[in-house]
Design a protein around this ligand. Structure first.
Ligand SMILES: [Zn+2]
Length: 405
């Protein structure tokens, strides 16, 4: 799925935090789960503060105690733990090569999902695992690998799969009729096939239905034609039946078949997950053909439209995140995004030459502006066909709410 701005921002913040290293074990990570009393946490930190008094190295001691003190001050602003809890990172980050150039930095995060446990760690880097778990790919796919001998059910999330169930069958092999009459044998065989499909359908429902709404699709595969008869016979719960996105022939069964299915389905999965991005870019180009007034592109134009609040959907290529100067005219207040910011400048709007400058990162700035005006934001993956189509328009494009004149 094309990522939302919030998700993009959160991942970017985690990358930034991950790159920070302390000189000693001076960086504090604090995880406060929902419902935990803030006052108790402060009390806990006071004990840690006293403990830190035993640190031999004078500068490390000063840095750790300084960080704890900063956290306590921040926590005092909260009367109650936020609904998902709170995560605080704080520590002395070196600014230069020399000891003593450290500056205390503090980050207070209200995460998108509940903090799972209370934890206080002091290390040379921040402890980010629980937050990284929150941004990991959540979309799930149900896999059914089967033939008449049995079936394996697996769930695929991101690059990892897990086998969740195995269903056996007692269907006799085709040509073991022996002395029995062939017709009677065929009938029994058919009954058992039907029985196996029914059991498999029930077990798949049990395994996959609870995954909704994260379940993005079901893929069936296997040697022979059982996989097709199973799908055509509607043995799955109707909600799941609608989710079948492919049915592919395989050489293997069992776990080896699961791996083969994932390999075969790779392009397909990628396609499904990028569907939203492709749709959005498709919309841009069909508007450009039919109704070009509904599309704005080029940073200046998009910026103006966002300020005016006329953008319905903002599309940005992820790698467009460059530093820009936001120059604000002191006279009329209009802001301009400039790649290069010459000191000699006159406002194109009012002709004034007084201004103030601010460094901004393009995606952050435009994304926040968009959020404030209720604009949907989609961050697109570079390197895809449609991503590159968007790049041809400058990489940042807005679809307007209504025609501009
Ligand atoms: Zn001006």
């Amino acid at each position: 799925m094309g990522r939302s701005f919030r998700e993009y921002e959160f991942k970017k913040l985690l990358r930034e935090l991950g790159s920070k290293k302390g000189r000693g074990t001076e960086l504090i990570s604090l995880y406060v789960p929902p419902g935990r009393n803030v006052y108790d946490v402060v009390k806990y930190l006071r004990q840690e503060y006293d403990q830190a008094g035993n640190i031999k190295d004078k500068l490390t001691r000063k840095n750790v105690q300084g960080a704890i003190e900063s956290i306590i001050q921040r926590l005092k602003l909260y009367r109650k733990t936020p609904p998902n809890g709170l995560v605080v990172f704080c520590g002395a980050i070196p600014r230069g090569a020399d000891r003593g150039t450290e500056k205390i930095e503090i980050y207070v995060i209200e995460p998108p999902e509940p903090v799972p446990f209370f934890k206080y760690v002091c290390d040379h880097e921040f402890f980010l695992d629980p937050l990284e778990d929150m941004v990991r790919e959540k979309a799930a796919y149900g896999l059914i690998v089967m033939d008449r001998g049995g079936a394996v059910l697996a769930v695929l999330r991101g690059a990892n799969y897990k086998i969740v169930d195995r269903v056996g069958s007692d269907i006799p092999p085709k040509h073991s009729a022996g002395g029995q009459s062939q017709r009677r044998f065929e009938r029994i065989r058919e009954e058992r096939v039907h029985d196996f499909f029914k059991r498999l359908g029930a077990r798949a429902t049990k395994a996959f239905l609870p995954l909704m709404p994260e379940l993005r699709g079901i893929i069936i595969g296997g040697p022979g034609d059982a996989r097709e008869r199973f799908q055509e016979g509607n043995f799955l719960h109707y909600e799941l039946q609608k989710k079948v996105i492919a049915n592919v022939p395989l050489s293997y069964t069992e776990e080896q078949g699961v791996r083969e299915l994932i390999m075969r389905a790779q392009d397909l999965l990628r396609e499904v997950s990028l569907f939203e991005e492709r749709e959005a870019v498709g919309e841009v180009f069909s508007l450009l053909a039919k109704n070009p007034d509904m599309v704005v592109y080029g940073i200046g134009e998009v910026h103006r439209a966002l300020v005016a609040g006329t953008v319905a959907k903002l599309l940005m290529l992820e790698d467009m995140d460059e530093r820009y100067t936001l120059r604000r005219c002191s006279s009329c207040g209009r802001g301009y995004l400039l790649r290069e910011a010459p000191p000699e400048w006159t406002c194109p709007d009012c002709g004034s030459s007084d201004y103030s400058d601010e460094e901004v990162s393009l995606i952050d700035y435009l994304g926040e502006l968009a959020e404030r005006t209720g604009t949907d934001v989609l961050i697109l993956t570079p390197g895809t066909e449609w991503g590159e189509q968007l790049r041809a328009l400058g990489g940042i494009v807005g679809i307007l709410r209504y025609r501009s004149y």
